[in-house]
Design a protein around this ligand. Structure first.
Ligand code: PMP
Length: 394
């Protein structure tokens, strides 16, 4: 038991969070997640997962995992560097390289671990990172853990990026531009064509976190493929936790670079990897994403339908260009009320408020999947209409 004063201190801190409404109410699913999910015996339309291609509960991933458990058992034993990894992992690394169209690839325990491990391995003291202002928190943490300096450019603003590159040009050993491929709260796409051109001009390296672009853009290959600039991206980072329906992170690059990262990334060397079952499921997920284009087509059909529906109702969907479709409300209390009303009507959404997004841009982030039916989306839109009208949002 914690000391009395320790308990009191954190109880007071927690109370502050509760009073500011900065607390997560975690829902308990009674079965698999998918386009629908069951909570407390009620079925919800799920609009809060990154399960874009509806693979999280795919029978082929489950089967691959079960077979791997039978053969390799459950636990990994220790960190991969020390205990070794199942022979299947070499196949997974090859598959990731094939997927990212790179020479080699490395798989991490999570996407978060990929960024916090790879970025400090790539840059050091004397280097500078040029980072988009809306980059994901795991990139921000990776930058903090590196000994490089950083400079932030305005969101997707090529003129500002050029300005920042001009400022730092020739003053550092190396320049690393980092961007999300697709931004997780707004669903807009980084201008990788312009970014890679500027990188050529200023002799900078480019690192793309494509967590939300993989399986979605460029015939499933991601945002660099969407722009046809795969060869101009030095570091292709991604995760199995979104469209690939699983868990684990990845980075693709040239062979020597990958071996260097493997031997320098602390989150690879110091944190135990996922079980063999996940290795097997991830191989299957990559095979499906590279071959089943119909899923991607369906995802986009659903995305167009839902975005058009929200726009026509009068909601502000911001700059969304992908299956991430926010309804931007711009007020914490109203966003919470809207989320609660939608939830009560069977729509699984959560309010996204400060510090996850800037104050004044509070929102509900909707994410559609290839598995939603028209009826699911219509039910969600009709709930949005009712709740939006009753709260005076639309
Ligand atoms: N990068 C981005 C852009 C993300 O949205 C996420 C997921 N929250 C991550 C990295 C981290 O990935 P993971 O959840 O697999 O750790």
């Amino acid at each position: 038991m914690a000391r009395g004063w320790v308990r009191d201190y954190y109880a007071a801190k927690l109370k502050e969070l509760v009073e500011r409404g900065e607390i997560w109410e975690i829902r308990r699913l009674m079965g698999p997640t998918g386009p629908r999910a069951v909570v407390e015996g009620r079925e919800f339309i799920m609009l809060s997962t990154n399960n874009y291609l509806n693979l999280a509960n795919d029978p082929r991933l489950k089967r691959a995992a079960i077979e791997a458990i039978e053969k390799y058992g459950w636990g990994p034993g220790a960190v991969w560097a020390i205990a070794g990894y199942p022979e299947l992992m070499a196949e997974l690394e090859r598959k990731v390289a094939e997927f990212k169209r790179t020479e080699a690839a490395l798989v991490f325990p999570t996407g978060y671990a990929t960024n916090v491990g790879s970025i400090p391995a790539i840059v050091d003291q004397g280097d500078i990172i040029v980072s988009d202002e809306l980059n994901h928190g795991s990139i921000i943490d990776g930058i903090r853990l590196s000994r490089a300096e950083k400079i932030i450019y305005k969101h997707c603003d090529l003129a500002d990026l050029e300005d920042k590159l001009r400022q730092v040009h020739k003053k550092y050993n190396k320049i690393l531009i980092i961007t999300d491929g697709v931004f997780s709260m707004d669903g807009d796409i980084a201008p990788l064509d312009g970014i890679t051109k500027l990188a050529d001009e200023f002799n900078a390296m480019v690192y793309v976190d494509d967590a939300h672009g993989e399986g979605v853009l460029g015939e499933g290959r991601g945002s660099p493929a969407h722009y046809g600039v795969e060869d101009k991206v030095d570091f292709h980072m991604g995760t199995f936790s979104k469209a690939l329906g699983s868990t684990g992170g990845m980075i693709g690059s040239d062979r020597d670079i990958i071996e260097y990262i493997r031997n320098r990334a602390r989150s690879w060397l110091l944190s135990t990897g996922f079980p063999p079952a996940v290795v097997a499921a991830n191989i299957k997920a990559l095979e499906i994403v590279m071959t089943e284009k119909e899923r991607i087509r369906k995802l986009w059909e659903n995305r167009e339908y839902f975005k058009k529906g929200l726009d026509e109702l009068g909601f502000n969907t911001g700059k969304s260009q992908t299956p991430i479709i926010p309804a931007i409300i711009g007020d914490t209390k109203k966003t919470r009320e809207l989320a609660k009303m939608l939830y009560d009507m069977g729509i699984f959404v959560v309010p996204i408020v400060y510090p996850m997004v800037a104050r004044g841009t509070e929102r509900i982030r909707n994410e559609v999947s290839a598995g939603h039916t028209k009826e699911d989306l219509d039910r969600a839109l009709s709930a949005y209409e009712k709740a939006g009208r009753s709260l005076g949002i639309i």
